[in-house]
Design a protein around this ligand. Structure first.
Ligand code: GTP
Ligand code: MG
Length: 429
């Protein structure tokens, strides 16, 4: 037998022996200690509401928790989907619940709905990332950390009676590995009983055929297995929301009043509101919180750590070593850094060479231009010089002609002044 195999066998822990106690010790109070600690610490629960504007999200939340949350009516003109979280401190008996309701504002209002799911997925991932960062801290404080991871996504389906919209299918498909989805048919009072039955079957068929995983109420805990199994068959719940109180018989009940009758929110013959409240809050809230941690967050954490290079074991099934992984990552990072540095240096040298060449070319062009201008200037100078000489010659010639003319004129004058004297002489003779 190989040495490693022997080592492996010798490392197998022996089965613990069962012993009986001689009397009461007291560790049977452990569950009570756990309850007491949890109650003191308080709980957090985060609900994401996804559904088109005006489908009844806020009304349903108010109806579910029997209170009035701050709500802001969304416009139909949002450029993109925006996530709006609001946190409230609720108390029932001595139990404190930090409830966060996250609204996907503007969902389904854009002309191009291709990326409508993205802000929702990014928001869910961001909450996982925050938690992971807290976990990875040297000094972590998960005890009083405000956990904002989404525990359930209530997906509001329009009561069209037709098939699911492709936006609904795409969004649910993108979300199903990240969050527990409970699909609900909103405003169920606007659809008839027989249509609703067919609509539910159609929706479930489409979800199955498109491989969309919705949250299944757990059936492994005996105490709730039966009710959960029955409720799984009722999905998607068809709900009606209202905070208005209407008198029915001699009781005030929450209902929607119409000219032809009253739809009672908490009447199981009228809608599935009670089923939803029962499943979401009263029976499975802890399971939703746990599934979020053990399934969805675990998947996110595993992918993220693998992306960072961490593994449970290497190829030869050697146990994972944080130190070795860190060293390997560090080396990888340093060589990558060196490569980038060399690349940048080379780029810089090339850039300098290019600029030098460009400058030389510019200098040569300037020199040529200067020589050209110099030649033009000399040519011009020569021509001007020639012109000046010609003009000088012309001036000289003109002056000569002028002098000759003046001489001729003075001769002529002289001659004319002599003529009367001669005539007088002649007369005297
Ligand atoms: P935004 O936050 O603006 O996207 O709207 P919302 O989805 O929160 O809808 P909201 O609860 O504000 O309800 C919009 C309208 O629908 C209101 O007039 C409600 O009274 C009405 N409404 C809400 N729930 C129901 C319902 O179950 N049935 C019917 N018929 N109307 C409902
Ligand atoms: Mg609202």
């Amino acid at each position: 037998m190989a040495a490693t195999e022997l080592e492996r066998l010798s490392n197998v822990e022996p089965e613990p022996r069962s012993l009986s106690l001689g009397g009461h010790v007291g560790f049977d109070g452990l569950p009570d200690q756990l309850v007491s600690k949890s109650v003191t610490q308080g709980f957090s629960f985060n609900i994401l509401c996804v559904g088109e504007t005006g489908i009844g999200k806020s009304t349903l939340m108010n109806t579910l928790f029997n209170t009035t949350f701050e709500t802001e009516e969304a416009s139909h003109h949002e450029d993109c989907v925006r996530l709006r979280p609001q946190t409230y401190d609720l108390q029932e008996s001595n139990v404190h619940l930090k409830l966060t309701i996250v609204d996907a504002v503007g969902f389904g209002d854009q002309i191009n709905k291709d990326d409508s799911y993205r802000p929702i997925v990014d928001y869910i991932d961001a909450q996982f990332e925050n938690y992971l960062q807290e976990e990875l801290k040297i000094r972590r404080s998960l005890f009083d950390y405000h956990d904002t991871r989404i525990h359930v996504c209530l997906y509001f389906i329009s009561p069209t009676g037709h098939s699911l919209k492709s936006l609904d299918l795409v969004t649910m498909k993108k979300l199903d590995s990240k969050v527990n989805i409970i699909p609900i048919i909103a405003k169920a009072d606007t659809i008839s009983k027989s249509e609703l039955h067919k609509f539910k079957i159609k929706i479930m068929g489409e979800l199955v055929s498109n491989g969309v995983q919705i949250y299944q109420f757990p059936t492994d805990d005996e105490a709730v297995a039966e009710i959960n199994a029955v409720m799984n068959a009722h999905l998607p719940f068809a709900v009606v929301g209202s905070t208005e109180e209407v008198k029915v018989g001699n009781k005030l009940v929450r209902a929607r009043q119409y000219p032809w009758g009253v739809v009672q929110v908490e009447n199981e013959n009228h809608c599935d509101f009670v089923k939803l409240r029962e499943m979401l809050i009263r029976v499975n809230m802890e399971d939703l919180r746990e599934q979020t941690h053990s399934r969805h967050y675990e998947l996110y954490r595993r992918c993220k750590l693998e992306e960072m290079g961490f593994q449970d074991s290497d190829g030869d099934s050697q146990p994972f070593s944080l130190q070795e992984t860190y060293e390997a990552k560090r080396k990888e990072f340093l060589s990558e850094l060196q490569r980038k540095e060399e690349e940048m240096r080379q780029m810089f040298v090339n850039k300098v060479k290019e600029t030098e060449l460009e400058l030389k070319e510019k200098e040569r062009e300037l020199h040529e231009k200067f020589e050209h201008l110099k030649r033009i200037h000399q040519e011009e100078k020569r021509r001007v010089e020639e012109k000046r000489r010609e003009l000088e010659e012309e001036t000289n010639a003109f002056n000569c002609r002028k002098a000759a003319m003046e001489a001729l004129q003075s001769q002529a004058l002289h001659a004319t002044s002599q003529q009367p004297l001669r005539k007088d002489k002649d007369k005297k003779n």
